[in-house]
Design a protein around this ligand. Structure first.
Ligand code: OVM
Length: 399
C-alpha cells in the first residue's frame, strides 16, 4: 500500500469482491495498519478501518451525512434507486422525528410483549430439528425463524411473503455497486415493489402491530400521513434479511468453535451474550457508508465535499487496540461496546428485536444440543451489504 503526499494510503482492496469474503479479516488488518483513512482506488471512496475513527464518525452526523446514502451510491450526485428511507437515509431534523417513533415501537417494554411468543416458536423449531439430527442451519433454522415471527410482529398477512426476502435482498444489494447480482434482483422489481407498497398501507396492517403503531404516530401528528407508509417500509427493508444473516453467522461461529458451543450448552443463559459476540466476531452487516456534505477531516486527513466514506464495522470489531484477543471468538467476553449494530443516532433501532430473535434461537438450541458438527461446505450468499451464508449443513448431538 503506497502512502502518498495526499496524507492517506491507497489500496486496491475491494470490499465487494465476493472471492475475498470467506476471510476478509487479513485484508482488514492490513488496512488498519495502513492508516486511519485509506483511498480505495477501484471505487474512488475512502475506507475507515479502525475502531476509534469509526466511533467518532458515528457520533458526527453534521460532517458525515446519511442523507447522501448509506450505501456506495452518492445521493448528493445520483438519483437513488428507490425513494430514500426517511430514517436510515435522512439527517436530523427529519431523522429525529422518524427515529423516535421507531424507538418507541421497538422499546424494551414492547419487546417483553413479544418475548414469550418468540421463545415458544424457537423451542418448537429446535425440537423438530433436534429430532432430525441432520439439517441445514441456514435454510432450516436461520431463515425459518425470522420468517415465522417477524412478519407477524410487523402486522402483514401471509399473501406474497416470499417478496419480503427478495425486497430485503434488493435493499442490501443496493448498498453496493450496481452489479449483475443487483440487476438480477431488480428483474423482480415489477412484482416486488408494488407488493411492498401495498403492505405499507394502513389497511394492510394488523391492529396493535408494529406497522399499525406507525399509523397511530401519524394520527397523533408525530409524523405526517404521507410519511407513514415510507416508515413502515423501513421494517420491510431492514427487518428480515438482517436477522436471518446474523442468526446464520451466529450458528456458523458457534459450530466452528466447538469449545464455545460447549460453554453455551452448559449455560444457555449466555445465549444473548453469545449472539452479541458473533455480531462482533463476524458482523453480519460489515459496513455502512456516510457522505460528506462539505469539506471535513478524518484523524487530521482532509476529506473533500461529497465524498463517500466506507465505515468498516467488521474491521473495527476486530481492532486489537479496542479488543483483547480481538480475533478470538469468546462467548464469555465483555462484548458491550461492539459496533455490529452501529452506534449513535443511526445505531440499529431494531437491535432489541434482533437480540430477542437471536437469543431465542440460540437458547432453544443450546438447551437441547450438546455439540454441533459441520457436515458440508458452508456456502456464502451473494450480497453487497450483508455477510451471510445460504447453506450450512450440520449434524447435532443431543444432550
Ligand atoms: C430503511 C433501512 C434501515 C436500516 C437498514 C436498512 C440497509 C434499511 O430504513 O430502509 O437496510
Amino acid at each position: 500500500m503506497a502512502r502518498l503526499a495526499l496524507g492517506y494510503a491507497c489500496s486496491d482492496f475491494d470490499p465487494f469482491d465476493w472471492d475475498t469474503r470467506i476471510d476478509p479479516y487479513p485484508a482488514y488488518a492490513a488496512l488498519r495498519a495502513a492508516g486511519p483513512v485509506i483511498r480505495l482506488e477501484k471505487y474512488g471512496i475512502f475506507a475507515v478501518p479502525r475502531f476509534a475513527e469509526i466511533k467518532a464518525i458515528f457520533a458526527d452526523h453534521v460532517n458525515f451525512s446519511n442523507a447522501g446514502g448509506a450505501g456506495i451510491a452518492n445521493y448528493f450526485k445520483e438519483k437513488p434507486w428507490r425513494p430514500p428511507s426517511i430514517v436510515l437515509e435522512a439527517d436530523p431534523p427529519l431523522h429525529t422525528r422518524t427515529r423516535k417513533v421507531l424507538a418507541r415501537i421497538m422499546s424494551p417494554g414492547a419487546m417483553r410483549k413479544l418475548e414469550d411468543a418468540f421463545k415458544a416458536k424457537a423451542v418448537e423449531l429446535a425440537d423438530e430439528l433436534v429430532e432430525r439430527k441432520s439439517f441445514d442451519a441456514i435454510r432450516d433454522l436461520a431463515e425459518v425463524f425470522p420468517v415465522t415471527v417477524f412478519p407477524d410482529a410487523l402486522g402483514i398477512d401471509n399473501e406474497g411473503r416470499e417478496n419480503f426476502l427478495t425486497y430485503g435482498a434488493m435493499v442490501f444489494a443496493g448498498m453496493g455497486p450496481e452489479n449483475d447480482y443487483f440487476r438480477s434482483l431488480m428483474a423482480h422489481a415489477p412484482k416486488v415493489l408494488p407488493w411492498v407498497t401495498a403492505k405499507c398501507q394502513r389497511d394492510a396492517l394488523a391492529p396493535g402491530s408494529f406497522g399499525a403503531q406507525v399509523y397511530e404516530a401519524a394520527d397523533s401528528g408525530e409524523i405526517t400521513q404521507e410519511e407513514a407508509p415510507l416508515l413502515v417500509r423501513s421494517f420491510l427493508s431492514a427487518g428480515l434479511d438482517t436477522t436471518i444473516s446474523a442468526t446464520g453467522m451466529a450458528l456458523y461461529s458457534l459450530a466452528r468453535h466447538p469449545e464455545q458451543w460447549a460453554i453455551l450448552a452448559a449455560n444457555p443463559s449466555l445465549a444473548r451474550a453469545a449472539f452479541d459476540e458473533t455480531l462482533r466476531y463476524d458482523s453480519a452487516a460489515p459496513y455502512v457508508f456516510r457522505t460528506t456534505p462539505h469539506e471535513t477531516e478524518i484523524a487530521g486527513v482532509p476529506i473533500g465535499k461529497h465524498e463517500k466514506v466506507l465505515l468498516l464495522i467488521a474491521s473495527a470489531n476486530r481492532d486489537d487496540t479496542r479488543w483483547e484477543r480481538a480475533d478470538q471468538f469468546d462467548v464469555t467476553r465483555r462484548v458491550a461496546g461492539h459496533i455490529g449494530f452501529g452506534t449513535g443516532i443511526h445505531g440499529c433501532v431494531g437491535q432489541m428485536v434482533a437480540r430477542l430473535e437471536g437469543e431465542a434461537v440460540l437458547a432453544a438450541l443450546a438447551a437441547r444440543v450438546a455439540s454441533i458438527e459441520i457436515t458440508g461446505e458452508p456456502v456464502y450468499r451473494d450480497s453487497s451489504g450483508l455477510r451471510a451464508l445460504s447453506s450450512l449443513p450440520v449434524r447435532v448431538v443431543t444432550k
